[in-house]
Design a protein around this ligand. Structure first.
Ligand SMILES: *Cc1c(COP(=O)(O)O)cnc(C)c1O
Length: 499
């Protein structure tokens, strides 16, 4: 299987090259030329496997230039050996009859990004050996919070790599910030920027596509790569857990073979939900993909109208990992639904960078509406959902997951669609402890100690906080630097030159 670019149909590379480069030279995203089929009897066979077995069966379908031993090694390194606190890796929890929560946060940083970022460094190291001619890889990450920490954990002390993470100084939770500022590892760097997530992402994208920067780095025998969710190596591990969830529902007798389910995903950069779309394209029986946004509801409007318009206020919400106005992975979907028309995609993306908007037109828009439903929820509704879900079902969810639950509840009311549903849960509630506690009682200026609030939340709900979050309290801060939007490149080269 070869990969092409959403903006240039003459591009043909193997998966290792797509993963090493991260983004195509002209700025497009790598996409598989065809989507492999997952036949009903294969799904039936996967039911008998555990998570690791399912990953080992699905990944080779996309990574055809990897050997079986390479993939098996990568998968075992990522998901076994106690890295995940639950041996099922991505367990389902029944919320109520026919509605299940897919807990994707059992990894080392307590957010769903671990699912991909424990695997990506391993895929990338194998890929770089195949394609990068011994160059050291410099990973640049722009993060709205969770990617940064998960990437740092995934890459720390991986030989042949360096990693530098930029986060919006005032756009991440105190816990997220502390997780990054205390990061261990000899090949890591962390820097806040004076700006929001889109500024950080644009800055990283600019450095990536800057030919001078690439040449300068090549002179140091190094090359850039990306751990952002635009990297195919981030997306492909995420396809596995949707297939695995379906298999678990079959194994538990909660659905029949071939029965369609709905999948609900709290969405920011459109990566997690795009992975669900790929699973559906492979043949997983899925009815609707429900795209759930917070007050930054650019995707809700897009799915309803076909017009993507980022010219709107940017809100800092209690679900900060979804505070995004440019959902980069959407490019892969509109590429596929436009009939792989690279010229159209280029025009839309040019429109987005020039005027902040594009319109995909009636034909593509109606295909999107066929496959997707969408809704959004503000902070007040998010908190109400956290408290309500705990009272009604005894289940404590984080702010991002609450957005998914709220949007699903409204979807179900409005459509009467009661097909079995899986709601992706993207973070442990204690990762956003203060915000989650504020669903139960108003916070005041006195409530400034995150760890006290977490203790209170735990006492109130009877749910334990994961050890790796509590232990942050006593960890020394290693990185407290902040830079302006304009000086990101300088910071990058400082890191690249060292060591
Ligand atoms: C990253 C993240 C999201 C959004 O995922 P996308 O793939 O960017 O859509 C949602 N919730 C949490 C907790 C996250 O960390």
């Amino acid at each position: 299987m070869l990969y092409t670019s959403t903006r240039d149909d003459t591009v043909r590379v193997e998966s290792a090259a797509a993963i090493t480069m991260g983004i195509s030279a002209e700025g497009g995203l790598f996409v598989p030329e065809t989507v492999p089929r997952l036949l009903p009897d294969e799904i039936a066979r996967l039911v008998g496997y555990d998570y690791i077995g399912r990953a080992k069966a699905i990944l080779p379908r996309f990574l055809t230039d990897f050997t079986k031993a390479e993939i098996d090694d990568c998968v075992e390194g990522a998901y076994s050996g106690g890295k995940f606190s639950d041996s099922r890796v991505a367990p389902l929890v029944e919320l109520r009859d026919g509605v299940e929560i897919l807990e994707l946060w059992k990894g080392p940083t307590c957010a769903f990004k671990d699912m991909a970022l424990q695997l990506l460094p391993r895929l990338l190291t194998v890929s770089a050996k195949k394609t990068a001619g011994g160059k050291e890889i410099v990973i640049l990450v722009a993060t709205s919070g969770d990617t940064g920490k998960a990437a740092l954990e995934g890459f720390k002390d991986v030989p042949g790599t360096k990693i530098l993470v930029f986060y919006p100084r005032d756009g991440v939770s105190p816990m997220q910030k502390l997780q990054m500022m205390t990061q261990e590892g000899s090949n890591v760097g962390v820097c806040g920027i004076e700006g929001n997530f889109d500024d950080a992402q644009n800055g990283v994208k600019k450095i990536f596509t800057d030919k001078n920067a690439a040449a300068k780095l090549a002179g140091l025998n190094r090359m850039f790569s990306s751990a952002n969710s635009i990297n195919w190596g981030r997306l492909v591990p995420q396809i596995v857990y949707y297939v695995s969830a379906y298999c678990d529902m079959l194994a538990g007798g909660r659905i029949q073979a071939g029965q369609k389910i709905n999948i609900v995903v709290p969405t920011g950069n459109f990566g997690n939900i795009l992975a669900a779309w790929y699973a559906k394209e492979m043949g997983l029986p899925v009815n609707k993909l429900v795209c759930a946004s917070n007050a930054n509801n650019v995707l809700t409007d897009f799915i309803h109208t076909g017009e993507y318009n980022r010219n709107r206020p940017f809100y800092t919400t209690v679900s900060p990992s979804m505070d995004i106005l440019i959902s980069s992975n959407l490019e892969r979907l509109i590429y596929a639904l436009s009939g792989r028309d690279t010229q159209l995609v280029r025009r839309w993306m040019d429109g987005l960078s020039a005027g902040g908007l594009y319109d995909v037109g009636e034909a593509v828009s109606s295909k999107i509406k066929e496959g997707f439903a969408a809704g959004f929820c503000d902070d007040a509704e998010t908190k109400k959902t956290i408290a309500g879900t705990f009272r009604k079902h005894g289940y404590l969810c984080d702010t991002h997951t609450a957005v998914g639950i709220h949007v699903y509840n409204r979807y179900r009311e409005m459509t009467g669609d009661t097909a079995p549903a899986v709601i992706a849960s993207t973070a442990n509630p204690f990762k956003f402890g203060a915000a989650v506690l504020s669903a139960f009682r108003p916070l005041t200026a006195k409530d400034s100690d995150e760890f006290e609030l977490i203790g209170e939340l735990s006492a109130l709900t009877g749910v334990n906080c994961p050890g790796q979050l509590i232990n942050l309290k006593d960890k020394p801060v290693r990185f407290d630097r902040v830079c302006s939007k304009g000086s990101m490149e300088e910071v990058v080269f400082e890191l690249a030159r060292n060591g």
